[in-house]
Design a protein around this ligand. Structure first.
Ligand code: ZN
Length: 364
């Protein structure tokens, strides 16, 4: 089977380069910093106008993603509300998708492509999942649910021994890198995982005899990790229900960030139950609102990048979802993988819990 679906719409394929000074091969896979040079993406549609007036964004009716829904734009539709529509290798067609709530389509402007040589072709599938009704905010928990219900269904249908979702993320707001205003999430199905960051999560998981994420998601009180750090869960929990726990990270990657821990021990995102995806929508909505309304001495950030941590094979793991506010990187972050905070994360958690109390629209 030919897995090269990146270039269905374009002749020019992105080029992958590794920084030779910080990359290495471990267990047959390349790990390290990589860049995808994708010049065709400069021509992709932008709904956030390039303008000196930051607030100026285009009319929601101009959304190219909504044009897919109403049949004005060609698309390869992988999934609609859990129903398989097209296969990745099919030709693009005009669809009428208004009767569905969430759909997943092939990304017309894939940023990923083949690997550094023909012997290691990085084949795969790039997909975008969207709600069929206009939404541009994470506060809309239903829209988030529709996005991930469809995306995870598409991933389940296309997963095999050579192809699994390795990169899953969501950019919300113009400072997150999103080019489109309409709420959307992206997934990249590839054979391999390449990033040192993802590798760090996997190695940390393997450092524990029993799953530490299960403990963080389900226990109360003080727990001790494999580095002998004491973590007071009661002071970190912001919100939870039967499926999901939303916490202030013990050592936040970015200062204004929150972490979503599914309570069920699953290694890949597409194994999330329907109820858990509903809870995920609620948790994202709550996280978005508390990050934007907390009483903290930094600008309240409304834009986020959301990173899904998982394995890209059948290895044991427990998925983690990080909601990261889009703040500029400081010097230390560029020299080493570290962050600096003037506020104790436990105090930050207190602020976030207070913000949650003040939010009228608490979802039950
Ligand atoms: Zn677990």
């Amino acid at each position: 089977m030919n897995y090269n679906y990146w270039g269905k719409f374009k002749d020019s394929q992105p080029e992958m380069r590794f920084d030779p000074l910080q990359s290495f091969i471990d267990d047959g896979q390349i790990f390290g910093f990589r860049i995808l040079i994708s010049s065709s993406r400069t021509s992709r549609p932008r709904e956030y106008k390039r303008s000196k007036r930051a607030a100026q964004i285009s009319d929601k009716n101009d959304s190219v993603l909504l044009d897919v829904i109403t049949g004005k734009e060609l698309a390869i539709v992988l999934d609609a509300d859990g129903e398989s529509i097209d296969l990745p290798a099919d030709d693009a067609r005009y669809h009428r998708l208004e009767k569905y709530d969430g759909v997943t389509i092939i990304n017309k402007y894939p940023p990923f492509s083949q690997s550094i040589d023909e012997g290691r072709r990085e084949n795969g599938i790039a997909m975008v999942a969207i709600p069929t009704k206009f939404s541009d905010t994470l506060t809309d928990s239903e829209a988030v649910y529709y996005i991930f219900r469809s995306m995870f269904s598409a991933i389940r249908n296309l997963t095999d021994d050579n192809l699994r979702s390795s990169v899953v993320f969501m950019n919300v707001g113009r400072s997150s890198g999103a080019s489109l205003r309409h709420l959307h999430a992206q997934a990249y199905m590839t054979r391999e995982l390449h990033g040192l960051l993802a590798y760090g999560f996997i190695r940390a998981f393997a450092s524990n005899d029993e799953c530490f994420t299960c403990k963080m998601a389900n226990h109360k009180g003080i727990i001790t990790d494999h580095l002998k750090q004491s973590i007071d869960l009661d002071r970190m929990i912001i919100w939870e229900d039967d499926n999901i726990r939303l916490i202030q990270p013990f050592a936040p990657i970015r200062l204004l960030s929150l972490r979503i821990l599914p309570k069920q021990h699953i290694n890949r995102v597409e194994k999330m139950s329907d109820d858990a995806i509903k809870s995920l929508g609620k948790a994202m909505s709550i996280a978005h609102q508390v990050l934007g309304n907390a009483d903290i001495p930094w600008p309240n950030m409304k834009d986020h990048s959301i990173a899904f941590r998982q394995t890209n094979n059948s290895d044991d793991f427990h998925i983690i979802i990080d909601i990261l506010s889009t703040i500029p990187l400081g010097g230390s972050e560029t020299v080493d993988y570290l962050s600096v905070s003037t506020i104790d994360p436990y105090d930050l958690a207190e602020n976030f819990r207070n913000a949650l109390k003040n939010i009228k629209e608490i979802i039950d």
